[in-house]
Write a protein that binds this ligand. Structure first.
Ligand code: ADE
Ligand code: ZN
Length: 319
C-alpha cells in the first residue's frame, strides 16, 4: 500500500461504497432480507444488470440522515487512511427518495458525514448530483433542475450514471444544458458498457469536461486523439472494468496506453466493495501493472485535482 502518495478520486458512487458488513447492520435494523445480493462478506452478482440490482438493494437500506452520515464518514475515513486528500462522490437523490428519505435529509446527512471525516482526517469532499439514465430523460432532467437550484453548497457538479445501453445521449441533452447553465461541473458515464460511439455522442451532445470511464475510446484512435486534444479528463476505474469484464485483466486495461497518448487520466474506485477496489488499491495496482513510481502516481493525483469540481482556494490548498 502507498498511503504516503497523496491521492484524489473523482468517481465513487456513495451508495456503491457501502460495505457488505455495514449493509448487513442496516438490514438487521430494518428487518430486510439481503440474501439475494450479499453472501457472507461479499456482494453477489454476475453481470452489470445484477450489479445494478445489488447496488439498488444496498441503497434501499439507507433511510435516514444518520444512515447517510455514517456511510459518508466511513467511506471518507477509510480512503483518508489510504492517503486520499480529496474525493468527489456521486450522490443520487432518486435512490434516497426510493428509500423514503427526503432530498434535504439526504444532503444534510451526507454533509454531516463529510464534515465529520474532514474534522478527523482533513479530507476534502464535494458531491456530484447524478441522474439515473435508465429512469428516463424526465427523471434525469428533474435531477438536473434540482442540482441547478444549488440545494447544498457542497454540490459542485452534475452527472449521469446508470444503464448506458438505455436510450440515446441526445435524450438527455436538456438536462445537461440546465446543469451547465447553472455553472455546475459536468461529467457523464460513457464508454463503459458501450463503445467509442457512446463517448463521441457524449462529447458532441453534453460537452463535458470529464467522462466517467470513457475507457472504450481506445477502440477508436481518432477519438483518443480528440479526447487528448480537447483535454477532456477520463475518470478511469480499472478495478471496476476488470470486475465487470470490460477487460480481462489489469494487464489488458488501456490506462497506460491512454496516458501515453496524452489523455488526461485519473484513477478511481467506482463502487469499491462491489469490485474489491479502493482508491489505494487502484494506485497500487497501477504501480504494479505499469511500473509507475511515486512521481508518476502524484502526477495522476495532480490531474485529478486540476479537474476537480472545487473552488479555487481549495484546489490551491490541495496542489
Ligand atoms: N452506478 C453505479 N456504478 C455504476 C457504473 N459503474 N456504471 C454506471 N452506473 C453506475
Ligand atoms: Zn461510475
Amino acid at each position: 500500500m502507498t498511503p504516503a502518495v497523496p491521492k484524489a478520486e473523482l468517481h465513487c458512487h456513495i451508495e456503491g461504497a457501502a460495505s457488505p458488513a455495514l449493509v448487513r447492520t442496516q438490514a438487521l435494523k430494518y428487518g430486510v432480507d439481503i440474501s439475494g445480493f450479499i453472501t457472507g462478506d461479499s456482494y453477489v452478482w454476475s453481470d452489470f444488470t445484477g450489479f445494478l440490482a445489488a447496488y439498488d438493494g444496498a441503497a434501499g437500506l439507507f433511510r435516514t440522515e444518520e444512515d447517510y452520515a455514517e456511510l459518508a464518514e466511513t467511506y471518507l475515513r477509510g480512503i483518508a487512511e489510504e492517503g486520499a486528500i480529496y474525493a468527489e462522490i456521486f450522490v443520487s437523490p432518486d435512490h434516497a427518495k426510493a428509500a423514503g428519505l427526503s432530498t434535504e435529509g439526504y444532503f444534510r446527512g451526507l454533509a454531516e458525514g463529510i464534515a465529520r471525516a474532514r474534522g478527523q482526517c482533513g479530507i476534502e469532499c464535494r458531491m456530484i448530483l447524478v441522474g439515473i439514465r435508465h429512469l428516463g430523460a424526465e427523471a434525469v432532467e428533474a435531477a438536473a433542475r434540482l442540482a441547478a437550484s444549488r440545494p447544498h453548497r457542497l454540490i459542485s457538479g452534475f452527472g449521469m450514471a446508470g444503464e448506458e445501453r438505455f436510450g440515446r445521449v441526445a435524450d438527455y441533452r436538456r438536462a445537461f444544458d440546465i446543469a451547465r447553465d447553472a455553472g455546475l461541473g459536468i461529467t457523464i458515464h460513457a464508454g463503459e458498457l458501450c463503445g467509442a460511439g457512446s463517448v463521441r455522442d457524449a462529447l458532441d451532445v453534453v460537452r463535458p469536461t470529464r467522462i466517467g470511464h470513457g475507457v472504450r475510446s481506445i477502440e477508436d484512435p481518432a477519438l483518443v486523439r480528440r479526447i487528448a486534444g480537447e483535454g477532456v479528463v477520463l475518470e478511469l476505474c480499472p478495478g471496476s472494468n476488470v470486475a465487470l469484464k470490460v477487460f480481462a485483466s489489469m494487464a489488458e486495461h488501456p490506462f497506460d496506453l491512454l496516458l501515453r497518448q496524452g489523455v488526461k487520466v485519473t484513477l478511481n474506485s467506482d463502487d469499491p466493495p462491489h469490485f474489491q477496489s479502493s482508491i489505494g488499491r487502484e494506485y497500487d495496482a497501477a504501480a504494479k501493472t505499469w511500473g509507475y513510481d511515486a512521481r508518476q502516481l502524484i502526477g495522476i493525483t495532480r490531474t485529478a485535482v486540476m479537474a476537480a469540481f472545487v473552488d479555487e482556494p481549495t484546489r490551491e490548498k490541495l496542489l
